[in-house]
Design a protein. Structure first.
Length: 482
């Protein structure tokens, strides 16, 4: 596909709305107004929408059956030619809708001029965009499901990989890498559900709303909705051509996906550093430095983190474009396409590369365990031990505070203190303390639902797998019942 000011093999373009004009459009205005550069990606949806509309017009006897058939055949042929790259779009035909209608009329004559009966570009662009984003959501859905699957598989092999958990980026309590992976699984599961909700609100058919006030023709909106796979038809013509909340909602869902990817990327960047050395990205997912020969940089993770910014930017842009528009359609709304297309493209670029990056990274288990052991991550467990021996928690907290203070001064970890040393802090401490505060016990005794214990993690992983298998067979493509 390409665009041209005027294709060599086509007659000079006459504006479809040119009737009431005395002068032709200024060249600069043609360029300025035109959206064909970016809305040509809607051609499949535009043609499908026009075919459904033409078929309904014929059935309802609003146009002759023969014209309806000629239109449908003509549109199918145009679709094939665009697929084959044989069509050059015209900038002065403004957008994908008028480009296709113009080509149709060039090819089939007067019948083509009847296609736009009972329709406006305002409901046409709304139906096209809803169909396009519906498809995009299905693609992103599959990618997010794949990511959830990758996280589950990784978690399965790390239920015993102990690592430090952090708050304030200070070592807090030991967890496992499986628990960390499954935390992100939960976040992406909510993103997945948000995508589903957004899909349902997008899957509503606006054709029949006309420019803003509906139409006097006896349109059968339900049959058009059924043919185009919509689950419902819009209930207010002004609303249907005015709002872009489905675009904003999707951009918000995509921003949240990017926020989660970015946060995880940030952790992987930290973990790849010499200071942490918890993981190492595969060579295939790293890059070097043009000056420093020793460098191996986590560029992929950084770029994903960076790209989150552009998706948030699109969300702000869309909200701002819409905030002051009086009902109904305003040309400002043509500005909805580039941001949402770019947001969709960005997410479709980031999710798969992120999946492959984490699936191939090397995990340094020993470093993770060492990290978990330093920094008194089992101090809470010493306090819990004292509580089990009868001390009130607040008192236990204070005793352990003194133990930690002593240990720092003597450069020992809690499991390196001798029984004599422990006894100076509390007579209730006995030999069994060493077992109670080992990293393994700290993790595996946290059996509360949602905790990091191996048996709890395995259950969470099993639930995740069952969820993914069940979701695999669920179709989002609910349609209007006849
Ligand atoms: N290209 C326009 C858009 O993307 C299509 C709708 C134009 N409608 C109109 N009345 N100018 O919004």
């Amino acid at each position: 596909m390409s665009t041209a000011d005027q294709s060599a093999d086509r007659k000079p373009h006459v504006k479809l709305w040119g009737g009431r004009f005395q002068k032709s459009t200024d060249k600069k205005v043609d360029d300025f107004n035109s959206s064909i550069r970016f809305d040509q990606r809607l051609y499949k949806q535009d043609i499908a929408g026009s075919i459904a509309h033409a078929r309904m017009l014929g059935k309802q006897k609003i146009i002759a059956e023969a014209d309806s058939e000629a239109i449908i055949d003509g549109l199918r042929e145009i679709r094939r030619d665009i697929d084959a790259g044989k069509i050059t779009f015209l900038v002065d035909a403004e957008d994908i809708h008028m480009n296709i209608e113009t080509i149709l009329t060039e090819r089939i004559g007067d019948a083509g001029k009847r296609l736009h009966t009972g329709r406006s570009r305002n409901d046409q662009v709304a139906v096209d965009l809803r169909m396009y984003l519906r498809d995009a959501m299905e693609e992103i859905r599959a990618m997010v499901m794949h990511l959830m699957g990758v996280l589950t598989t990784l978690a399965e092999s790390h239920v015993e990989t102990i690592m430090p958990g952090y708050t304030h980026l200070q070592k807090a309590q030991p967890v496992t890498l499986a628990h960390h992976f499954m935390a992100y699984y939960e976040m992406f599961k909510r993103d997945y559900a948000r995508l589903h909700d957004c899909h349902a609100r997008t899957n509503v058919m606006p054709l029949g709303s006309g420019a803003l006030a509906g139409t006097t023709y006896p349109l059968d909106r339900e049959s058009v909705a059924r043919e185009l796979g919509f689950a419902a038809i819009s209930q207010n013509s002004l609303d249907a051509v005015s709002d872009r909340d489905f675009v904003i909602e999707l951009c918000s869902v995509l921003s949240t996906v990017m926020m989660h990817l970015s946060r995880f990327s940030e952790e992987l960047i930290l973990w790849s550093s010499h200071e942490f050395a918890f993981v190492e990205m595969d060579d295939a997912f790293s890059t070097g430095s043009s000056i420093m020969p020793q460098k191996k940089n986590p560029d992929v993770a950084e770029l994903i983190r960076g790209k989150a910014g552009r998706v948030y930017g699109h969300l702000m842009g869309l909200l701002t474009t819409m905030k002051g528009l009086p009902l109904a359609y305003n040309k400002d709304m043509q500005e909805d396409k580039e941001p949402i297309f770019d947001a969709v493209d960005t997410v479709k670029l980031c999710v798969p590369v992120f999946c492959d990056m984490i699936a191939t990274m090397k995990v340094h288990k020993a470093r993770l365990l060492t990290g978990a052991k330093g920094g008194f991550t089992n101090a809470t467990d010493v306090a819990d031990y004292l509580v089990k021996k009868g001390l009130p928690f607040r008192e236990a907290h204070s005793v352990v505070g003194q133990v930690v203070f002593y240990s720092i001064a003597h450069q020992k970890s809690l499991d390196e203190l001798s029984m004599d040393e422990y006894k100076t802090f509390s007579p209730v401490i006995e030999e069994d303390i060493y077992h109670a505060i080992s990293m393994e016990t700290c993790v595996n005794d946290r059996k509360v639902v949602g905790g990091p214990a191996k048996e709890v993690s395995l259950k969470a992983i099993e639930n995740a797998k069952a969820y993914l298998t069940a979701e695999m067979s669920v179709s989002w493509a609910a349609t209007l019942s006849s």
